[in-house]
Ligand binder design. Structure first.
Ligand SMILES: Nc1ncnc2c1ncn2[C@@H]1O[C@H](COP(=O)(O)OP(=O)(O)OP(=O)(O)O)[C@@H](O)[C@H]1O
Ligand SMILES: [Mg+2]
Length: 460
């Protein structure tokens, strides 16, 4: 069952209060009971001593009659204190219900309990045998005091104690509720604040300094999550804008060309050429969308599957083969250097895709006749593949952003086919690296630009 924190706290307060009151009540009960009993005993002993003193010096029947009168006057009307004298000689006996009371128990301290018919509470008694004196035989003197006041006091005490405890628990619940509410106020404030945060106010943060220590950690964590959300949100917004922008140009071209083609009568070869050109444009659109889908899958945390233990240099060579004609045309050459033994667990299709993007870029940004280098380095468990080409240096402020989607250094420049790249090539290189547990990097100095990536999980 789910309880609110306030309910929990109040229940715990109430339980603690109940335990504390019960303990205090128990101890007080024991103390009070003991005190009352001691007080009663003291009274009993004092009365007994007085009577004993009076009775022990009486040895004749004459004087005994006066003792009886004296005892009568000493016996209170309500019967709270009573005296009995047992004797073999009936002349020296005293007290009501003597026959019935003949046998009753008393302990070695002469203290006993006596139940008298029709009375709810027993009497506490003190009994002693007084030796014979003159004409009088040995007698047994018993003084009894009624325990009713004692039990009544105890009963009243217990009732008061229970009443007080219940009232106490009730008060604790009331105060506990109030305290818990007041104590949790900052939490409520925080949640109110958090509720106002929406995509429109994503830059708002919880005021950590105004919160108590216990909550500031939580608020900080929450603010951290908001930071990351805000970044992701901004990236997403920028990405959406970029996507729209990138798709708009090819679509506008398609529409324009088609409208022109339809504006007057055309021969079949003319239509064919328009369709051909449209097809190229559509192809570009498809490749942008494919690239974006690939990046989206990587964003969702898709890792490389079907990993194969591969000698890296082999894959590099196979990739270069696809560029033979372009390289010839540009009178460029590619040299592979470094660790030709290096091998790693890779998904070959992804690896080639990344390397292809790097080679395309290198070719695109090198002067005619340039020499491109692909270096392979085995570092610890990673294998690093880097493509270097001579060419105009990239300003260092661009370097960290090269791998962002749709990021291009010089948007005005066109590649050797006369069309813009869409700025997804390096984003894909980075995605492939991440899918292999690696990273991507770029440097540009001394007229050489080097861009590369690592793949992890090399098996020694
Ligand atoms: N070897 C390089 N030398 C100089 N600049 C480079 C090099 N490689 C990449 N760049 C710069 O980095 C930018 C991003 O490269 P990326 O490959 O991501 O996009 P693109 O080549 O413009 O388009 P795409 O590869 O998607 O067709 C490029 O626009 C270019 O300005
Ligand atoms: Mg590129």
């Amino acid at each position: 069952m789910r309880h609110s924190i306030i309910t929990r706290l109040v229940m715990m307060f109430a339980a603690s209060a109940l335990i504390i009151f019960s303990l205090i009540g128990g101890v007080l009960y024991a103390v009070v009971k003991n005190e009352l009993l001691r007080h009663e005993r003291d009274g009993l002993v004092t009365t007994f001593n007085d009577i004993e003193y009076m009775v022990s010096r009486v040895g004749t029947v004459d004087r005994w009659a006066r003792v009886q009168v004296k005892l009568d006057t000493l016996t209170p009307a309500d019967g709270k204190v009573r005296f009995w004298v047992f004797s073999d000689d009936p002349q020296f006996s005293y007290g009501k219900d003597l026959a019935e009371l003949h046998d009753f128990d008393y302990d070695p301290n002469n203290i006993g309990r006596l139940r008298i018919k029709g009375k709810e509470f027993p009497m506490h008694t003190l009994t002693k045998v007084l030796p014979a004196y003159l004409d009088r035989p040995a007698i047994r003197l018993t003084v009894g005091v009624d325990t009713e006041p004692y039990f009544e006091t105890l009963r009243t005490f217990v009732a008061a104690m229970i009443g007080l405890s219940l009232a106490g628990v009730f008060l604790v619940i009331l105060f506990g509720y109030w305290i818990a509410r007041a104590g949790l106020q900052p939490l409520k404030k925080m949640s109110n604040q958090a509720q106002t945060i929406s995509p429109k106010t994503l830059s708002e943060r919880l005021a950590v300094s105004a919160l108590p220590d216990e909550l500031s950690d939580l608020a900080q964590a929450f603010n951290g999550a908001l930071d990351r959300m805000e970044n992701a949100y901004k990236q997403l917004e920028a990405f959406n804008a970029d996507v729209a922008h990138e798709l708009r140009t090819p679509l506008a071209n398609l529409i324009g060309e088609t409208q022109v083609a339809l504006s007057r009568e055309r021969s079949a070869p003319e239509f064919e050429s328009v369709l051909q050109s449209n097809l190229e444009e559509l192809d570009r659109l498809r490749s942008i969308i494919n690239d974006m889908l690939f990046l989206a899958r990587c964003d969702q945390g898709e890792a490389a599957t079907s990993l194969v233990h591969t000698v890296i240099v082999d894959e590099v060579q196979k990739t270069i083969e696809f560029f033979e004609f372009v390289l010839d045309e540009m009178q460029m050459s590619v040299e592979v250097t470094g660790d030709t033994e290096a091998s790693s667990l890779i998904e070959t299709a992804l690896f080639r895709r990344a390397l292809t993007n790097l080679l395309q870029n290198a070719i695109q940004h090198s002067p005619t006749g340039a020499r491109i280098t692909i270096s392979i380095d085995a570092k610890n468990k990673d294998v690093q593949v880097a493509v270097s080409n001579p060419g105009e240096p990239i300003e260092s402020r661009h370097l960290p952003r090269l791998f962002d989607r749709f990021y291009r250094v010089d948007t005005a420049r066109r590649d050797f086919n006369g069309v813009h790249g869409h700025g997804l090539g390096l984003a894909i290189v980075k995605a492939v690296a991440l899918m292999h547990g690696g990273t991507a990097f770029a440097t540009s100095r001394g007229g050489m630009t080097t861009i590369g990536f690592t793949v992890g999980g090399k098996i020694a």
